[in-house]
Structure formats: structure tokens, C-alpha cells
Write a protein that binds this ligand. Structure first.
Ligand code: ATP
Ligand code: MG
Length: 561
């Protein structure tokens, strides 16, 4: 669907209504606000496409804001990875911002709240405070410190900032309403003491602001007009507004929080915390393991930015959480790779085929088209000789009429080459077929213009010449989890659903044109699927990742199991 032809999503409708009510288009501003506590995943791609998509649609700036208020979990490595991923997806941010840049302003505002009798230092333990919170149907109990004097609060808060106290001894709380229906409004914590170095502010601070206190005020500082977040923040909206009320100056833009549904993908997890667990427990080989739902994992697997953007645009945004089947993501990568990848031949599970009437020691180079989708992609040459590999599953001694591959007495065309006929086969002592003997029709060469070259046979097989084949490590990936929704199962941890067969490493035999393939280059291995060169490749050994098969085989496996 093109940008203009699809109907407006509900966030765009909200913006359109604001514009109709007189909000100036030039004042629109958005942000994408990741916490740098892990790598971005496919769920974030939805949020990125939403926010940056709005920026493009309304010609409005979009900031990349790191929500870096928890030094216990955040690192520079994650900041760098996030920037790389957003850029790779094809978006440009207006300015790079950090919530930590606002620590001084937030501190000054917090003092204002204390002076306005809207905040106080609580010196109870977190257990005591939790007990006083009450329940949704039962009002909370006020802290004995709730009525500390402004002077005492200011002095204690300054002491907190100056490092005079241990962690857990004091917190700053907003003074709102211990009987509110919204539990988040029952005097939420604004600051806690953490004697931890921060990846940007180092040891300048030992008190750190909480998410709710930070997020809206950061939006306000940046003059973000529409602050879009996921649905779990809906109950936080009241608090977001309350905090803004305390500092808002009516000559400024007042940011507005609106919520959309989190996107979940089947057979994986989309949560930085859970993905971190997979990395820490060595279930996968790092954040960019091609089985991960991270943007970096998908990139390494061979996904293109276009395919992820198209996926995000297709699923759009919703008001309710739901699970998107991973086969939709696979559909989008197939669709894109079909257009842009060159075709090559490679055999993954080889069976030797000998053409008995082809002279021993002879070789010839056959012209092979690089892409049926794109004439300008040109052609290359592939070597042909007496001994070839075909796929094991492309030959059967006997088979019914629907088997359009090779069987004894039957004919197929070798892609870009000749028509062959299977005459006999050899087996080992266990009855496994080890070799197929064929004859070829020398006049049937593809593209030679002879009547025989135009003769149609039902099947066409891919193949490689054994003497010329490159060997490569080929990594075949499957779903990382056996359950479609591993992290929502009652009484079960998502780690219980890990697919033990999510990675199969084999040796593939590839046509020699792939010798100089570069890391990240993508190909269609004809009749098999899409593959890309992994970063583990060396001059001595090529390593390929299977991005996706040509067809959706998972659905079939599911049905038959
Ligand atoms: P995680 O649990 O993976 O850490 P998060 O929401 O805590 O997710 P943030 O770094 O805070 O991660 O997210 C940045 C932005 O991306 C937020 O606006 C968040 O709402 C959005 N986002 C995160 N996960 C998803 C998802 N699965 N679908 C849509 N948006 C998401
Ligand atoms: Mg988070």
C-alpha cells in the first residue's frame, strides 16, 4: 500500500484532529525513546517506523532519545548498537538526546516541587512503603514523613544528591493522593539513591530520576508534541500529565502521551530483558545471533531494511495487543529478496550423479541468467562436467506421476544445462543411494536454439559440478521456540520452550562464482531459499546463513506433526 492510499491509523487521526483544532503543523515533533539496556528488537521496529513515519508524513523532526536513567542496566555498547540499527532501518533523527542531559533540570524542578509542597523525602524502607500502598479498592496509608517541612525536605534531598546517604535510606516522592483510584498516583517515587557510575554522567550523580518523572519532562524539554508509547503506559498517563502540570508554562507546547499496542511476534520473545537472558545463558551466540528477534540478528540473518519496514507498515498499529505470526515477516523478506538477489546454484544434501556418456575430463561453461526478475542483472558462467551433485531429495528410484524430479527411466533438465535421463543407481550395504548414473542428450543444451533445447520436460533440477564446487559452511535456522507464544504460558518459563534444533550446520557445495562473495551479500540458492554471507566467513572458508526458505514449510510441518 502506498503512503497516501491507505487510511489513517488512529494515531494519525489524533494528530489530524489536533491540526483541525488549530495545532500548528510546524510544532509537530516526535521522538523514539529506547532505554539503552539491550539491543533493539522487531517490536521496536514498529515503534521506530511509527515515529519516524510520522516525521516523514508531517515533515516534522524526530529525536532519538536515550532514556538512560538506570545506570545499573545501561551501557554505551547498547547506545551504539541502537544508533546503528535505527540508521540501518533507513531513518534519520533530528537530534540525539539523552535523558541524562536533563538531570540538572530535573533536579531543579524537583526542588521546585518540594517548595510547592508537592514532593517530600520519605525515609522508610521500600517494604514499609509497599505495605502502605493499599490495594485498588482500598486507600493507601500516608507515610509518617509525608508532612516533613519544606526546609527539612530540601536539606535531605540535597544530602541525597551530595552522597551523604546509603542506597535505600531515602527517596523523593511526589505528594499526590494516597487514596487515588490509580495506584500510580499514590505518591510515586521520583528519585532513588544509587551509588553507581553512569555511562555518560559517570559519578556526577548518585540520585537517579524514575521513568515517570523523567519521561514527560524530557518530552517537554524537547517540545515533543505527541509522545507515543505502548499500552502498558496507559495508566501512567494521569501521572505524566500531573508531572507536566507542575512545570508547564502555557507559552510552550504541551506534550501529549498516547498509547498503541505492543507488537509480539510468534515463536520468539520481544523483550530486551528476555533476549538478554538468552545471551547470558548461551542459548544463542550473542545479541546478533541470526535466530534472535533483534534487528541486528535479523540483519545478520539476511533481512533487508525494506523488508522490516514493509512488515511494520503492513501490520500497522493497533489498540490491542496481539501476536503476529512470524510467517508474515518471512513473507516480506521473500518478497523483497526475490526482486533483488542474484540466483546461484548450490547443493546442500548432495547425491553424486555421473553422466556416463559425457567424456571424462571434459568441462564446459554454461551461461546462466543472474535473475529472471531483472534482465539488467546479466549472466554468469557455471562449469559443467561428467560428475555432478544434485540434492538427495531430487532423486527416487520409483515415484508417482506427481514427482517432477528425477526417477529411474525418467528425464529432467539440469538448470542452464542439458536434459538427462536416469539409467541406474548404486546403493551402499544399508540400502542408501550413493550414486545415480545418467545419460545426457548433447543436443538439448539450454539456449542453444535446437529443437531438443526447446523440448519441455517436467522437472528442472539445480546441480553443481563436483570438481569445481566450493565447499562452504551453511547454517540452517529454525524457530528459536517451539511454542508460538513462549512467554505467555501459565506456570511455565519461556526458557522451557527453546527449540533444541534451531540451528543445523552443514557443508554445502556451491558454484564457483561465489568464491568472492562478501560478508552480508545475499543470494537465492535456486530451488532452496535465500542465503547471505555471514561475518564469520574467512578467505579460507565461506559461511552462509539461510535467511528463509523459498516456501513456508513450517505450516506444513505443524500440520503433519
Ligand atoms: P523491552 O521490554 O524490550 O525493554 P521496552 O518497552 O522497555 O521494551 P524501550 O527501550 O523502553 O523498551 O522502548 C522504546 C520504545 O519502543 C518505547 O516507546 C516502547 O513502547 C516501544 N516498544 C518496545 N517494545 C515494543 C513492541 N514489542 N512493540 C511496539 N513498540 C515497542
Ligand atoms: Mg524497558
Amino acid at each position: 500500500m502506498s503512503e497516501t492510499s491507505r487510511s489513517l491509523n488512529f494515531i494519525e487521526q489524533i494528530i489530524e484532529e489536533d491540526l483541525e483544532k488549530g495545532f500548528a503543523k510546524k510544532d509537530l515533533r516526535f521522538r523514539f525513546p529506547p532505554e539503552p539496556n539491550g539491543y533493539l528488537h522487531i517490536g521496536h521496529a514498529s515503534s521506530i517506523c511509527l515515529n519516524f513515519g510520522l516525521g516523514l508524513r508531517y515533515d516534522a523532526p524526530v529525536n532519538l532519545r536515550f532514556d538512560d536513567t538506570n545506570p545499573a542496566k545501561e551501557e554505551q555498547e547498547f547506545v551504539d548498537a541502537i544508533k546503528k540499527d535505527v540508521e540501518w532501518l533507513g531513518f534519520n533523527w533530528d537530534t540525539e538526546r539523552y535523558a541524562s542531559d536533563y538531570f540538572q533540570q530535573l533536579y531543579d524542578w524537583a526542588k521546585k516541587l518540594i517548595k510547592d509542597d508537592k514532593a517530600y523525602v520519605d525515609s522508610q524502607s521500600s517494604e514499609e512503603m509497599a505495605k502502605q500502598k493499599g490495594t485498588p479498592t482500598e486507600a493507601g496509608v500516608a507515610s509518617p514523613y509525608r508532612n516533613r517541612s519544606v526546609e527539612e525536605n530540601l536539606k535531605l534531598f540535597e544530602g541525597m544528591k551530595n552522597g551523604e546517604f546509603d542506597e535505600g535510606t531515602h527517596v523523593l516522592r511526589a505528594k499526590i493522593d494516597m487514596a487515588s483510584d490509580n495506584m500510580l498516583m499514590r505518591d510515586p517515587i521520583m528519585y532513588r539513591i544509587l551509588h553507581r557510575a553512569h555511562h555518560r554522567t559517570n559519578t556526577d550523580w548518585c540520585i537517579y530520576p524514575m521513568y515517570d518523572w523523567t519521561h514527560g519532562e524530557s518530552d517537554y524539554i524537547e517540545q515533543v508534541s505527541h509522545s507515543l508509547c505502548t499500552l502498558e503506559f496507559l495508566p501512567h498517563r494521569e501521572l505524566y500529565d500531573w508531572f507536566l502540570d507542575q512545570v508547564y508554562d502555557s507559552s510552550k507546547i504541551r506534550p501529549k502521551q498516547r498509547e498503541f499496542a505492543r507488537r509480539n511476534l510468534s515463536h520468539t520473545v520481544v523483550s530486551k530483558r528476555k533476549l538478554a537472558q538468552l545471551v547470558e545463558n548461551n542459548v544463542v551466540n550473542g545479541w546478533d545471533d541470526p535466530r534472535m528477534s533483534t534487528i541486528s540478528g535479523l540483519r545478520r540473518r539476511g533481512y533487508t531494511p525494506e523488508s522490516l519496514r514493509n512488515f511494520a507498515d503492513t501490520i500497522g498499529i493497533a489498540k490491542r495487543d496481539n501476536l503476529i505470526d512470524v510467517s508474515l515477516l518471512e513473507f516480506h523478506i521473500r518478497e523483497h529478496l526475490n526482486k533483488v538477489t542474484p540466483r546461484v546454484m548450490g547443493v546442500l544434501k548432495p547425491l553424486k550423479l555421473v553422466i556416463t556418456n559425457y567424456p571424462d575430463g571434459q568441462e564446459e561453461w554454461l551461461e546462466a541468467e543472474n535473475s529472471p526478475e531483472d534482465e539488467s542483472a546479466g549472466s554468469r558462467e557455471v562449469p559443467f562436467s561428467r560428475e555432478l551433485y544434485i540434492e538427495q531429495e531430487d532423486f527416487k528410484e520409483e515415484a508417482n506421476k506427481k514427482f517432477f524430479r528425477l526417477k529411474l527411466g525418467g528425464e529432467v533438465r539440469l538448470k542452464n544445462g542439458y536434459i538427462i535421463k536416469a539409467e541406474s543407481c548404486t546403493k551402499d550395504t544399508d540400502g542408501n543411494i550413493t550414486e545415480v548414473q545418467c545419460t545426457y542428450d548433447p543436443k538439448s543444451k539450454s539456449g542453444s536454439g535446437t529443437a531438443e533445447s526447446l523440448r519441455r520436460v517436467k522437472g528442472t533440477l539445480h546441480w553443481v559440478s563436483i570438481a569445481h564446487a566450493l565447499t562452504a559452511e551453511v547454517r540452517l535456522y529454525d524457530r528459536l521456540f517451539t511454542h508460538e507464544s513462549p512467554d505467555t504460558q501459565k506456570d511455565k518459563d519461556f526458557m522451557e520452550f527453546i527449540n533444541p534444533n534451531s540451528l543445523e550446520v552443514i557443508t554445502g557445495f556451491l558454484e564457483p562464482s561465489l568464491k568472492n562473495a562478501k560478508v552480508g551479500e545475499r543470494f537465492q540458492f535456486q530451488r532452496i531459499g535465500y542465503f547471505c554471507v555471514d561475518k564469520d566467513s574467512t578467505d579460507e572458508k565461506l559461511v552462509f546463513n539461510r535467511t528463509v526458505g523459498l516456501r513456508d514449510s513450517w505450516a506444513k510441518i505443524q500440520q503433519s506433526s
